[in-house]
Design a binder for this molecule. Structure first.
Ligand code: PLP
Length: 394
């Protein structure tokens, strides 16, 4: 068998390990006494329009249309509806012929990376970053180069980036709102990034593409704006997913949008179709494609996450912990009170608090707390956090 695949399959991610531990612990002490903050599984219901549309589709559409194969790249009408939404909402040039329907952001990323990269290429990203980026990039034959962000804001450190871009750089991969820091890149950061990529593309006489991983685009608080990257840098590929915005992570639906203004956009789109074919990611789930076409613009109730963020962040700060203020997504990235974040997470288990060390996100000395859980669970967990804090800050 393939040694790398064997190793990937035998080593579960820390997040999954922690989640499994939580299930075991719940059987021992009762589910209500375990505070599992490990997984980014949305607790908020999908919007009513999603349920209504699915019910309507099941009642009215022919089963062959509903459950049959679509075109490999997705139903043409669905792709046209998405392109229309992108044009109207973001004012970006968009066309159905540059959209490829996928099974969520994970598939969007693996396809895009395989479409863009040749062996020996480098893909730059910024720590902290989603744990699977390394696996996805290496599977595409390329190398992930993870750069430290500004430690106080987790915005991009441009002097570090300037030195890291070389003739080997094929793409820069960003994720804003970010998992795990919750940070949203400001318009200033985005403009600087676009200018740097223009400059470096000219210097190395090659197009450096920008890949933007956007499962959390709509999950922002306090009116924060998430700049639409194709409007700032034309060589952009958007890897979108409805997993979090519509609370549907198990249904596996998303898309890739290649900006039609990118260099070699048509060829890149064909490479996306080729990579989808090579990886077996063709005909994303039909029922969910059709639902998506009718639910453009719908978003789950994010006010619940905002309430959770405020409740948890304020309480943790009052106990002595520190973290950057997350403007989006549903994670807190908290500084570990001891240098070894894994040791701290092990210690937290004593209070049945399940947290994830930041090491796998490329950032040592931090822990991720996913607050996409019920507000009630957060309330009930606060005495445990307070007791844990006392051990470090008393
Ligand atoms: N990218 C980021 C930053 C994520 O946090 C996740 C899931 O948590 C994914 C990609 C994968 O998303 P999906 O469930 O849509 O495949």
């Amino acid at each position: 068998m393939n040694k790398r695949m064997y190793e990937l399959g035998s080593r579960r991610s820390v997040i999954r390990e922690t989640f499994e531990f939580g299930k075991k612990r719940a059987a021992e002490v009762g589910a209500e006494n375990v505070f599992d903050f490990s997984l980014g599984n949305p607790s908020v219901r999908p919007p009513q329009i999603v349920t209504d549309t699915l019910t309507e589709l099941l009642k009215t559409e022919e089963p062959t249309a509903l459950h049959g194969y679509t075109s490999a790249q997705g139903d043409a009408g669905v792709r046209a509806a998405i392109a229309d939404f992108i044009r109207k909402t973001h004012g970006a040039a968009a066309d159905a012929d540059f959209i490829y329907m996928t099974c969520g952001a994970a598939a969007s990323l693996t396809i895009t990376l395989s479409a863009l990269c040749e062996s020996g290429d480098e893909v730059i990203t910024f720590a902290p970053y989603f744990t699977e980026y390394k696996v996805f990039t290496e599977t595409a034959g390329a190398k992930l180069v993870a750069l430290a962000s500004d430690p106080d804001t987790f915005q991009i450190n441009f002097s570090v980036l300037e030195k890291a871009v070389t003739e080997k750089t094929r793409a820069v991969l960003v994720n804003s709102p970010n998992n795990p820091s919750g940070v949203v890149y400001s318009e200033e950061t985005v403009k600087k990034l676009a200018a740097m990529l223009e400059k470096k593309s000219a210097e190395y006489k090659k197009t450096i593409y920008l890949i933007t991983d956007e499962p959390y685009r709509e999950l922002v608080y306090g009116g924060v704006k998430v700049p639409y990257l194709p409007n700032y840098y034309k060589h952009t590929v958007v890897c979108y997913s409805y997993s979090k915005s519509l609370s549907l992570p198990g249904e596996r639906i998303g898309y890739i949008f290649v900006s039609p203004q990118a260099d070699a956009a048509k060829e890149l789109y064909l490479a996306v179709c080729g990579a989808g074919r090579a990886l077996g990611y063709v005909c994303a789930p039909s029922l969910f494609q059709k639902m998506i076409a009718r639910c453009q613009g719908a978003v789950s109730d994010v006010s619940v996450y905002e309430k959770n963020r405020d409740l948890l962040a304020d309480a943790l700060r009052s106990y002595g912990f520190s973290c950057v203020q997350p403007d989006g997504a549903f994670y807190l990235f908290v500084k570990s009170p001891e240098p070894d974040a894994s040791a701290f997470c092990e210690h937290a288990k004593k209070y049945n608090l399940l947290l994830v060390p930041g090491d796998d996100f490329g950032c040592e000395g931090f822990v991720r707390i996913a607050y996409c859980v019920s507000t009630d669970m957060i309330r009930r967990s606060l005495p445990a956090f307070a007791a844990l804090a006392k051990e470090y800050f008393a």
